[in-house]
Design a protein around this ligand. Structure first.
Ligand SMILES: [Mg+2]
Length: 232
């Protein structure tokens, strides 16, 4: 067992100063081991069989394809990948859904936020098709007020255009909002927009060591967040 810990500490959140809690899905609430395995191992394996390639060749080709649309909506669009790769990745998501699950402590954290009376919104770069498969497996939607996928906003979270559009959609006050994500670019874009309370999820996958970011409050597990000041 690993202790939840603070790796790049600045300060704990003061929950009395926060109305809106914005949470990333994959790598923050859900174990990104599923996504890593899916795109870096299982899809290359099937692509290799389809095109009579070695695993390494297949993976290199897919990685080049992923990079070609990185930061664009197509990057997370499962229908796009089904067409481009020629393999039904939506069906594969359903087939492998036994690997989808919460990161340790995520459900307790969500229940605590509800007790604190916060409005909790999942803001994800994922495509609605992927969100549906994950919600069906985990019941994630029952813990939060709303799930907003990037296609509703029109941009991915690491793009500066995302934040004013998301703010218009949800009506949050950046100065009284909390945002947690495992992706550095998404946190930097949120910071530039003025989101006041930022937290980095340093252990995005249960199968990988934590990767802390020094410039943010960077944590493994949720316990450090619940040690912050509670609403009075
Ligand atoms: Mg993430």
């Amino acid at each position: 067992m690993t202790q939840d810990s603070v790796l790049g500490s600045q300060h704990f959140p003061d929950w009395s100063q926060i109305d809106d809690v914005l949470l990333d899905m994959d790598g923050t609430l859900l174990d990104r081991h599923f996504d890593n395995f899916f795109f870096e191992e299982e899809l290359p394996r099937r692509y290799a069989v389809l095109h009579s390639l070695s695993f390494d060749e297949a993976r290199d080709r897919l990685m080049t394809m992923y990079r070609s649309v990185e930061g664009e909506l197509a990057w997370t669009d499962l229908n796009y990948w089904t067409r481009r790769v020629g393999i039904d990745v939506v069906a594969m998501h359903k087939e492998l859904n036994h690997m989808i699950g919460f990161l340790p402590g995520a459900e307790d954290f969500l229940l605590s936020l509800r007790r604190y009376g916060k409005r909790v919104t999942i803001i994800t770069n994922a495509h609605s098709t992927g969100v549906s498969v994950k919600v069906a497996k985990t019941g994630l939607d029952q813990y939060v007020d709303r799930i907003v996928d990037a296609f509703e906003v029109g941009y991915l979270k690491m793009r500066p255009e995302y934040w004013p559009n998301c703010q218009r959609l949800l009506g949050f006050d950046p100065a009284r909002s909390f945002f947690m994500d495992d992706d550095e670019g998404c946190l930097i874009a949120a910071q530039a927009f003025g989101v006041a309370h930022l937290v980095h999820s340093a252990r995005s996958s249960s199968q990988l060591p934590p990767v802390p970011l020094p410039q943010f409050l960077s944590i493994t597990g949720f316990a450090p967040l619940l040690n912050g000041r509670l609403p009075g």
